[in-house]
Design a protein around this ligand. Structure first.
Ligand SMILES: [Zn+2]
Length: 138
């Protein structure tokens, strides 16, 4: 299906998120790799009333993990609820595994407007506000 990717300001953290917009159907998916926020607007069919409608689903972000393996594969994990101390312990263990490239991986929590780096070093881009990001990348 035809869609366009663009950078949009994240409604949750204010940094840059990625919007995937399907201009033929007006459907949209937004995913923030900074704080873990995601949003979807999809077209649904209401069979009782025989018409289409849009369903909007929004998940607040509480943090992300970007895990890069030594073979180059990357896994993103987005947290949609508060990160517990157990989550932190378990995921740190996973990040310390031998097949993980610790230099490129990171684990960041986002709570009440504050980013806290729990593991690793996010790239420079990660820290930019949406406006700064746009200036540097467009
Ligand atoms: Zn965000």
């Amino acid at each position: 299906m035809a869609s366009t990717y663009s950078a949009v300001k994240c409604a949750n953290c204010g940094r840059s998120a990625i919007s995937d917009f399907y201009y033929k159907t007006d459907e949209e998916y937004i995913c923030c790799r900074r704080c873990g926020y995601h949003y979807s607007k999809t077209c649904k069919y209401d069979s009782a009333n025989k018409k289409d409608y849009f369903e909007e689903v929004e998940h607040k972000g509480y943090g992300v993990i970007s895990m890069v393996k030594k073979d180059g594969t990357r896994r993103m994990l987005l947290f949609n609820k508060k990160i517990s101390s157990e989550d932190i312990e378990n995921n740190k263990k996973l990040l310390l595994a031998e097949n993980v490239d610790q230099d490129k991986s990171y684990f960041v929590s986002f709570e009440e407007g504050v980013f806290t780096i729990l593991f690793g070093n996010p790239s420079e881009n990660y820290h930019l506000t949406f406006e700064e990001y746009k200036e540097n990348n467009f």
